[in-house]
Write a protein that binds this ligand. Structure first.
Ligand code: PRX
Length: 697
């Protein structure tokens, strides 16, 4: 077992810096070209103008039929936006740009191997590819409006082509992050009821061509065990005509897309006119209990909201070259690689591989070669790039006007490096706070109007009205700097519609805590509970403190502790498992796993390895624990509950607090010695989310 690292407490640093961070103003040059410069925009989107204010966002789109009712609350809290409206997302992201931008690049694709040429896909070419693949889906795979289609693919242009083809037909796509295991994918296939799986044979990661098709076989098997048959697996090939996977193609089930496309060359598929509230996609995310839940996003509301926020926060113009270095398999990629930028006719960059492959300068070479001027990434990547090559950006001749950070709190020191070195002091930074459920940004500065403040997510977006409640449901005074649970008072068009197939879970998870009257049809009675702790400074800027539930934010991605624990419990020797977050200087938070063994088994590296393997195959490598500690017993309350709070304190060398009321206080010291070593107890003031973790609520 390796010694635990004692790492700097990043969020505590933010706390120290909170009051002292100076404002940084955008440059006059940025303001002169910005999309949003109206100083009264927040008045226009005030609560007294709600919901009419969001008409502006809907008007960024082309509608086959204009809507008659802006917001229908009759099925509260399942809100319906732009009712009566008809539109198609693929039309809005592709077809409507053809008159003006036919020959402009829609997607610039960078393969990981540096000797493979970049691929520029114009809007015309994207139109052709989306139509032809939509024809394969409709005419070969029998996909029609309302069907769910699971897509498990790496970062290749065929992925947005597949999403847009589904959208063209009105099929609901469910994209599963390529790094997730076949089993995770299979569970999502079963939950969504997909008959069709779209995948790829292989892709590059850190210089190796990985076998991806093998995951499809595992996924189909898992789905079948759960009662969902997949009748067609459509396999793109990384190199059309050559198959790079050790798994055989199964006759009558698996088909190469490049073969099927041959019979659909030149096909054109009329986009299906969908109701604004028809679902566009499902995106699975982790929650407090049970399995990941399918967040259902709408067609009209979602696309309006991502188009509006891409235009006004990301400041995207059609002339811009925009690179968001997320994976499309997460909500950031859906909203801010595919749908937002393409709805605005921008050029969106996709990179297949690892940002530091083959060396620390790769990201900046790409930025220089493609003349990227808007850049978007997560703190975890910024930390990694900084560690790998703190001076690399200055060696390359690129110029960003705008940079985004998303997914986790960013330490002021890391923010400053991003600003000074990556942005060369020229680019504005938007720290955007939001979630899978919310479709688009909730808080961020509007870059030409509000000054930046390192380590803070900024004020709320136009039309988003946050409120911080305490545990009793009383409002924490605005701007008081006191922490509480951040909620949003009002619905907004980008918000998800429900959890696929589980409305009850949707209502109880997001509205159960603070709903004033469950019978009410009035949106004011239904504040949306985000699951995050936050505080608001006197200037209106919010600082997000992290999750208040059993969710760990690993490198900006959500993992439920319960999911990891159940994966650990599949190892036959394991009796009990408890997962806690531990601070990590690159990935923000990573899971530490504590397990106890059934009688008759002895601790040892074999069992540790089995636990890690179980987690990697059941969930994916992203969930790999930093340590597996095999403990003699778990610290427990007298009623038998595992005290995760105590384990989190041990993992993070924080103050353990009073344990005398536990059923087995002596266990705490032996676990502490196992993790921290013998000798003096070093305790540190922990970051807010780690202090909150495991509290009874
Ligand atoms: O805790 C918040 C954190 O990430 C959670 C949402 O995760 P996910 O649904 O995977 O979406 C990630 C990309 C939007 C939130 O509940 N989070 C997200 N953005 C920030 C953040 N924490 C602090 N600052 C942010 N900018």
């Amino acid at each position: 077992m390796s010694e635990p690292e004692v790492v700097a407490t990043s969020e505590a640093q933010i706390a120290v810096h909170w009051k002292e961070e100076a404002y940084i103003q955008p440059s006059a040059q940025f303001i002169a070209q910005a999309n949003m410069t109206d100083p009264y925009v927040h008045d226009r989107f005030g609560l007294d103008r709600f919901p009419e204010c969001f008409k502006e966002y809907a008007d960024l789109l082309d509608w086959y039929a204009y809507w008659h009712t802006l917001l229908d609350t009759s099925d509260a809290p399942c809100w319906k936006w732009f009712v009566g409206g008809k539109l198609n997302v693929s039309y809005n992201c592709v077809d409507r740009h053809l008159t003006k931008y036919r020959n402009k690049a829609a997607i610039l694709y960078v393969p990981e191997p540096e000797d493979e040429a970049h691929v520029a896909i114009t809007y015309q070419e994207l139109y052709v590819r989306v139509n032809e693949f939509a024809a394969v889906l409709r005419d070969f795979a029998g996909v029609k409006a309302g069907d769910r289609v699971t897509i498990h693919m790496p970062m290749v242009p065929e992925l947005p082509v597949a999403m847009l083809a589904c959208a063209r037909l009105g099929a609901i796509h469910s994209v599963v992050f390529g790094g997730f295991s076949g089993k995770s994918c299979g569970e999502r296939i079963a939950d969504s009821g997909s008959r069709v799986l779209i995948t790829m044979d292989s892709y590059y990661r850190s210089g190796t061509l990985l076998d991806h098709k093998e995951k499809a076989d595992e996924a189909v098997k898992t789905a079948a065990e759960e009662g969902q048959d997949v009748d067609k697996v459509l396999v793109w090939r990384r190199y059309p005509g050559q198959y790079h996977s050790a798994t055989p193609m199964q006759d009558g089930r698996d088909y190469f897309v490049d073969n099927e496309l041959k019979t659909h060359v030149g096909s054109r598929i009329e986009p299906v006119a969908l109701a604004a509230e028809d679902p566009l996609f499902l995106m699975y995310t982790s929650g407090t209990t049970g399995r990941p839940k399918g967040c259902q996003h709408s067609t009209g509301g979602y696309l309006s909201y991502v188009a509006g926020t891409s235009k006004y926060v990301q400041d995207i113009h059609p002339e811009d070259v925009y690179w968001c270095m997320a994976d499309i398999g997460w909500i950031t990629g859906h909203s801010y690689i595919v749908y937002g930028p393409l709805s605005l006719a921008a050029t969106t960059v996709m990179y297949e591989g690892v940002p530091t492959y083959p060396d620390a300068g790769r990201a900046w070479r790409i930025a220089e070669q493609l003349a990227v001027n808007i850049f978007h990434t997560a703190p975890t990547t910024i930390r990694m790039l900084r560690k790998a090559g703190p001076d690399e950006p200055q060696k390359y001749n690129y110029h960003f006007k705008h940079m985004t950070t998303v997914g986790e709190p960013i330490e002021p020191e890391v923010w400053q490096w991003y600003y000074d070195v990556v942005g060369k002091g020229e680019a504005v930074i938007c720290d955007t706070w939001w979630q899978t459920e919310t479709g688009g940004f909730l808080c961020s500065t509007l870059p030409a109007l509000q000054a930046m403040k390192a380590g803070s997510a900024g004020p709320s977006m136009p039309g988003i009205h946050p409120v911080i409640y305490d545990e009793n449901g009383d409002e924490v005074p605005a701007g008081s700097g006191k922490a509480g649970n951040i909620c949003i008072r009002n619905p907004w068009p980008g918000g998800f519609q429900t959890i696929w197939g589980d409305r009850e879970r949707y209502v109880s998870t997001y509205y159960g805590k603070y709903c004033r009257n469950p019978e009410s049809k009035e949106w004011r009675d239904w504040p949306y509970f985000t699951g995050d702790g936050a505080m608001q400074a006197a200037d209106g800027y919010y600082r997000i403190l992290g999750r208040v539930d059993d969710v760990i934010n690993v490198a900006g991605h959500r993992l439920g502790t319960k999911e990891l624990e159940s994966a650990g419990l599949t190892v036959e020797e394991i009796a009990e498992a408890a997962v806690v977050p531990v601070a990590d200087d690159i990935r923000g938070r990573v899971p530490d796993m504590y397990v106890s063994l059934k009688p008759g088994f002895d601790a040892g590296p074999v069992i540790e390895a089995k636990v890690i393997e179980a987690i990697e195959t059941i969930i994916g490598k992203i969930a790999r624990p930093k340590h597996v500690y095999i403990v003699p017993d778990m610290p427990k309350t007298r009623s038998g509950k595992i005290m995760r709070r105590v384990l989190a304190a041990i993992s993070n060398t924080m103050d353990i607090g009073d344990v005398t009321t536990l059923a087995n206080p002596e266990v705490v010291e032996s676990v502490r010695q196992m993790v921290q070593g013998e000798g003096m107890v070093v305790t540190q003031e922990g970051p807010e989310d780690l202090k909150l973790f495991g509290e009874e609520r």
